[in-house]
Design a protein around this ligand. Structure first.
Ligand code: TRH
Length: 387
């Protein structure tokens, strides 16, 4: 049995503040489930925004301030914070600062909990130098350790629950399963030879120009759009102001199916089924990489445009080893999708590069899947340092 196969003796508290959208709780919820299922840990997840959590875990909508779901105890993080015994390992997600009373209880506990700050994902080089660093608390006898997810062996890795890759391979090898699954979503017939594309993005002002190209292209496109922020731009192309989930819109060779916000398993299947996935933020960006299909990332905008460096750092890693023309075409399309350049102008070269980008992305995904996953790295953090 490898260390990560052995059940962990630790119990965990994970603290999550939702800044906006779904990524903060999306990552924490996925981490909580991986610690519980893959490592046998007892996990308590504290989240301050119950409504957003309920979009990812519909059972929470009917529960008051707490529930047990998928092996995890989830509690609403409210003030005043209840008087609870701290867990042996504590994850502070994205520097969200656990309640002062809880931190004081950590300092008084024996043994003192292992306190880990889980940071946002980045492909930038500095991540390797910062991953694993410790910082003593200014007043209390506590040390916080920093875990940086990333794409290299010297980072914290990526969330990848046990069995994920095998499940994806089974699905992608079974055309009938994919067909039945689409039919179950209410998509009656996929146009012959159509390219399936999923779309999850922030607002995208240039989208109508791209959809115009797809509508006029010889190869049909089936665009699958879970409800969300980009829907307005899709509807603008079709001259509509609203459309219910499960509406099908058609223009030339383009069919757009508006889907409800899917549960986690179905969202994965959507990514696995599509030849091209538009994703955003952090968690869907990672899931697209486990889908092993070409993808386009809408990066979360940050102050002073620092997200552009983050985007370039990822592209440098992801495109290494791809031929120059396909790499340039991919970079141009990604940049245009993120507001630098014309999307319609970048599309034809990207479209032509897709047959080379597809096997490249599969290799990229396989390489990432050969690394240790983030939950296992965190378990090692906890086991190494708490005596
Ligand atoms: O929602 P996001 O944009 O999240 C974030 C936040 O903005 C956060 O503050 C920021 O720091 C971070 O990005 C970088 O994108 P993300 O991370 O992809 O989260 C979306 C979640 O929603 C992800 O867990 C997948 C899930 N999802 C579904 O479960 N069903 C769906 O149908 C779709 C489209 C997504």
């Amino acid at each position: 049995m490898s260390p990560s196969d052995a059940p962990s003796v630790f119990d965990w508290d994970i603290f999550c503040r939702v800044v906006d959208n779904f990524g903060d709780i999306g990552v924490c919820w996925r981490l909580a489930k991986a610690l519980a299922h893959d490592h046998g840990c007892s996990v308590r997840l504290w989240v301050d925004d119950w409504t957003t959590f309920a979009r990812l875990c519909p059972a929470a909508a009917a529960a008051g301030d707490s529930l047990c779901a998928q092996g995890v105890e989830v509690r609403r993080w409210c003030e005043p914070f209840p008087d609870v015994q701290p867990a042996r390992a504590v994850v502070e997600a994205f520097a969200c600062e656990p309640p002062a009373s809880y931190v004081a209880a950590m300092a008084a506990a024996t043994p003192r909990p292992q306190w880990i700050n889980l940071e946002y994902l980045s492909a930038e080089d500095w991540v390797e130098g910062c991953h694993g660093l410790s910082s003593p608390h200014p007043r209390l006898p506590l040390t916080k350790r920093f875990c940086f997810p990333g794409f290299t062996a010297r980072s914290g890795g990526l969330l990848r629950e046990r069995g994920l890759i095998a499940a994806r391979e089974r699905f992608q090898a079974d055309a009938a399963a994919c067909h039945d699954w689409l039919a179950g979503l209410g998509i009656p017939a996929v146009p012959d030879g159509a390219r399936l594309v999923s779309l999850f993005a922030y607002e995208q002002p240039q989208l109508p120009e791209l959809l115009r190209l797809w509508a006029a292209a010889p190869r049909p496109t089936l665009l699958l759009v879970p409800e969300g922020r980009v829907l307005g731009d899709v509807l603008r192309f079709f001259g509509r102001t609203d459309a219910p989930a499960d509406e099908i819109l058609v223009a030339g060779g383009l069919t757009a199916a508006i889907l409800p916000f899917l549960d986690a398993a179905d969202y994965d299947r959507l990514l696995w089924a599509c030849e091209l996935n538009f994703v955003r933020g952090e968690d869907s960006f990672v899931r697209a990489q486990w889908a092993a299909q070409p993808f386009v990332w809408h990066i979360y905008e940050q102050d002073e445009a620092v997200h552009h460096d983050k985007l370039d750092a990822f592209l440098d890693r992801y495109l290494a080893g791809l031929d120059d023309s396909a790499a340039d075409a991919t970079r141009a399309l990604w940049k245009a999708w993120n507001g630098e350049g014309s999307l319609a102008a970048a599309w034809p070269a990207f479209d032509a590069a897709l047959p080379r980008l597809a096997p490249h992305t599969r290799r990229w995904s396989e390489d990432l899947a050969s690394r240790q996953d983030l939950a296992s790295v965190l378990v090692q953090f906890a086991e190494l340092t708490v005596k």
